[in-house]
Design a protein around this ligand. Structure first.
Ligand code: PHE
Length: 452
């Protein structure tokens, strides 16, 4: 294990972990997926359940994943192998990082396609195609993109090439510096856009929808969707945060760092809703229109905004970069492992995995047009991969990783980590993880699967 410490180095400042982890967390999940999930699941009730999931399940499990990574300072696969060889844990656990890594890889296959849409809209925004766009035109433009596999392939390929190039470099370089600038800028731009949208759109209906509570909207499906998205949005359950934890400075309190990441993630998701919903209400855009919601509402905003060409282009550029910093973490687990274990150059490893994800991505993008067939459970390939990863693989990965931390890793090993500054806080975290987060996640996941 110590040699990997030398191989990768530690984040040069404790803050860099927060930026890198936020870079992984903040992405299409916040701006593209969260608004349509809220739209599909009835608004306020979903939001409240989602916040509860973030606090009671997401945060404790995020801390567990980061703590494990920092304790062992290695990649998840070698760590678990090593712990099982030393008989600290049984050899069963060896499968866990593989499930986790596979989840990240599968997410990348469709994430890259959606990130490709963002590049497409960047192009449309800067070339002035959104100027003065109406709701009908915006819907038509999006449908046209969906019906053009050739164009989608181009953008998907460009995005994947960017991912491979970035992951090919060492993670500690470049990435964190990029996020440090990107995140504050993204938040400022979103606050301004939210202000504009609230002023010109239907603010009252949007706020009412976002914060109304109705018991009718609560079901296990909704709770499962909320918890699945909390894991997706925080990038947990697939080893990315484990890998980032391995680079984290020992001086930093894990509780503080992770709370900051959760807060930033939630703020960006809420801002995305405040940008999209007022306009969606004003233009009668169907809130449960699914993946198209953001890509129909946002162009209308930019099309009618003074200097919308510039602001829209800039916004989509930020979205692409946010998607990039998330995608990097999806490949990080396997790339770091291939590099550290087999001395395969990072670039080669990234090319191999990115190439495979790109190839599957072609089938995903075809599932929006020529190949929109139900492959399993009445879902097409995109829907299947989305649900399989968010509702099955991430929860299973998160449950197994946190069970490992809570029940199998010696408590003293964790206590020596500076997980929290105070011992009483350590106990609070440890007990919440053991007796609330894990049981809740198990029950919600199982109940959601069997459709209670
Ligand atoms: N959290 C990212 C987002 O919200 C997606 C992601 C999922 C990244 C899983 C890494 C791992 O866009």
């Amino acid at each position: 294990m110590p040699e990997s410490r030398c191989l990768q180095g530690i984040w040069s400042s404790p803050w860099i972990f927060i930026f890198a982890a936020s870079g992984s967390a903040v992405g299409l999940g916040n701006i593209w997926k969260f608004p349509y999930l809220i739209g599909e699941n009835g608004g306020g009730a979903f939001l409240v359940i989602y916040c509860a999931c973030l606090l009671l399940v997401g945060l404790p499990i995020l801390m567990a994943e980061v703590a494990l990574g920092r304790t062992v300072r290695s990649n998840p696969i070698d760590t678990i192998n090593d712990l099982s060889e030393r008989r600290v844990i049984s050899s069963f656990w060896v499968v866990v990082p593989w499930i986790a890594g596979l989840a990240g890889f599968l997410i990348l296959t469709f994430y890259s396609v959606i990130a490709g849409w963002s590049i497409a809209y960047f192009e449309r925004a800067v070339s002035g195609k959104l100027v003065g766009i109406t709701q009908v035109q915006a819907t038509g433009m999006f449908n046209h993109l969906l019906a053009s596999p050739g164009e989608m392939l181009l953008w998907h390929s460009i995005f994947m090439a960017l991912v491979v190039l970035t992951v090919g470099q060492s993670v500690t370089r470049g990435l964190a510096a990029l996020v440090r600038i990107l995140l504050p800028v993204l938040i400022v731009v979103m606050v301004l856009l939210a202000g504009y949208s609230l002023k010109t759109g239907d603010a009252a209906d949007a706020i009412h929808f976002l914060f109304r509570w109705s018991w009718q909207d609560v079901s296990f499906d909704v709770v499962l969707a909320a918890v699945g998205h909390a894991l997706f949005s925080l990038s947990i359950g697939m080893g990315a945060m484990f890998a980032y934890g391995a680079y984290m400075s020992k001086r930093m309190s894990i509780a503080r760092a992770c709370s900051a990441v959760v807060t930033v993630d939630l703020v960006v998701s809420l801002l995305a809703c405040l940008v999209i919903f007022p306009l969606a209400f004003a233009f009668h855009i169907n809130l449960d229109s699914g993946p198209s919601l953001a890509f129909v509402s946002l162009p209308i905003i930019f099309g009618n905004l003074p200097a919308g060409q510039l602001v829209g282009g800039f916004f989509f550029l930020l979205l692409v970069i946010a998607a990039l910093t998330s995608s990097i973490s999806m490949l990080e687990l396997f790339v770091a492992w291939l590099h550290e274990k087999f001395y395969i150059a990072r670039f080669k490893a990234a090319l191999l995995l990115g190439g495979a994800a790109w190839f599957i991505g072609i089938a995903v993008l075809l599932s929006f047009n020529h190949w929109d067939v139900k492959v399993l459970f009445d879902l097409n390939l995109f829907e299947l991969l989305d649900k399989l990863t968010s509702l099955i693989m991430l929860p299973v990965g998160a449950i197994l990783l946190s069970v490992l931390v809570a029940w199998f890793i010696p408590k003293t090993m964790l206590q020596n980590e500076m997980i929290t500054r105070q011992t009483s806080h350590f106990r609070l975290w440890y007990n919440t993880l053991k007796y609330i987060s894990i049981p809740a996640l198990v029950v919600i996941t199982l109940a959601g699967w069997i459709g209670v």
